[in-house]
Design a protein around this ligand. Structure first.
Ligand SMILES: NC(=O)c1ccc[n+]([C@@H]2O[C@H](COP(=O)([O-])OP(=O)(O)OC[C@H]3O[C@@H](n4cnc5c(N)ncnc54)[C@H](OP(=O)(O)O)[C@@H]3O)[C@@H](O)[C@H]2O)c1
Length: 346
């Protein structure tokens, strides 16, 4: 077998045995790499529903079981949840469907994005919509998408706890919550998963958030684990993305930051090439090496890129590799991950 054939096999997942990881202490488990569906309908230019469905089905064949959607990803229409529900219809009982509430999609978007709404009656209404859009009788993980300063987190955890008791939801998740909120929610109903941005580019969770989830036995799901596509061989300058692609305004792509971050990608790519893997696989393997309580959810609309990403679970990084990554990016990327107006505070 030539090296190219071996690489192709690896990307197509033939050698891949995606291991299972536990998320939290309540019994939730998932394949070590999940799939985020956001880009299939929003955020990175035109969505791609047929590509999305093919990617979700390929993911299942390769051992991916955690699929991540949200009310927000359909911009209030339910389209992203419907796409996921359709794609997993034939194997729904084998997979973990995670979705999120927390915004008021009926109010107009402003500079701070959609208004927040985690009031108990709204959580119940959004959950019923999500169940209908997904075409399922239960949501495996229900996340609060953003902390709502107007609603005590105890009320939020209590409401999701009631939905769990009613059999409509299986596990409670939080997204972008800080240590105090995590502790308060967990005291009312056990939190199984925290989801927040984490990658070699974005390291803020390491200081105060990861220690708390580990202390409480909560699983961690890094979102945007590929730095929204910067940690790939496909990155290009901000001006080359269409206006409906958020990378056209993301700070990490802006002149100055972009060149600095690209230099880091070139060094990471050299390290990856020496290991006969892609830079994307290096980025995912680095996350998996941070702890066996971690299940990243890279997003893609392509079955082939999905196979490349899943094959990262078979990569072993040595202590020297991890030290080299640290040397290349000691503090993560240049530039902020969100504009000030929508930056979660924790
Ligand atoms: N809780 C939250 O607030 C929150 C926020 C953001 C995201 N999320 C979740 O996290 C998931 C993943 O995050 P994300 O989609 O923002 O960012 P990401 O996974 O870091 O990057 C996605 C981008 O990388 C590209 N890509 C993926 N694999 C690639 C490969 N092997 N080679 C080249 N390019 C590749 C994708 O393009 P293609 O599609 O063209 O392959 C897409 O543009 C989302 O789908 C969503 O479920 C949650």
């Amino acid at each position: 077998m030539t090296q190219q054939d071996a690489q192709q096999d690896k990307y197509q997942g033939k050698d891949n045995k995606l291991p299972t990881r536990a998320l939290g202490a309540q019994g939730l488990t998932a394949g070590a790499i999940g799939l985020g569906t956001m880009g299939m309908t929003m955020a990175y230019g035109a969505g791609d529903e047929p590509g999305g469905i093919a990617t979700i089905r390929r993911a299942y064949e390769l051992g991916v079981t955690l699929f991540d959607t949200a009310e927000l990803y359909g911009m209030g229409t339910g389209s992203n949840e419907q796409l996921l529900g359709r794609a997993v219809r034939d194997f729904r009982d084998d997979v973990v469907i995670a979705t999120k509430f927390g915004f008021d999609m009926s109010a107009p978007q402003n500079a701070e994005g959609y208004a927040l709404n985690s009031r108990p009656e709204h959580i119940r209404e959004v959950t019923e919509n999500s169940l209908r859009h997904l075409g399922t009788d239960r949501i495996d993980v229900l996340y609060q998408h953003r902390v709502d300063p107007d609603v005590p987190i105890e009320d939020v955890a209590g409401t999701v706890g009631e939905l769990i008791a009613e059999g409509k939801v299986r596990y409670l998740g939080l997204s972008e919550a800080g240590p105090d909120i995590i502790r308060r929610a967990h005291a009312v109903h056990p939190v199984s998963v925290l989801q927040t941005e984490y990658s070699v580019f974005e390291r803020a969770v390491e200081a105060h958030v990861l220690p708390v989830v580990r202390e409480l036995g909560i699983g961690f799901v890094p979102y945007s684990p590929l730095g929204r596509g910067f940690l790939t061989s496909a990155v290009k300058p901000a001006a080359e993305y269409p206006a409906d692609d958020m990378r056209s305004w993301d700070d990490r792509w802006q002149p100055g930051n972009y060149e600095q971050n690209l230099a880091a990608i070139r060094e990471l790519t050299a390290l990856a090439a020496a290991k006969d893997i892609s830079v994307t696989q290096l980025a995912l393997a680095w996350l998996l090496a941070q702890g066996d309580d971690i299940v990243p959810i890279p997003g893609t609309r392509s079955p082939d890129r999905l196979a490349e990403n899943v094959a990262a679970a078979a990569v072993t990084l040595t202590p020297q590799d991890l030290a080299r990554v640290q040397e290349i990016l000691p503090k993560g990327a240049a530039g902020s991950r969100y504009p000030e107006a929508i930056m979660p505070s924790w």
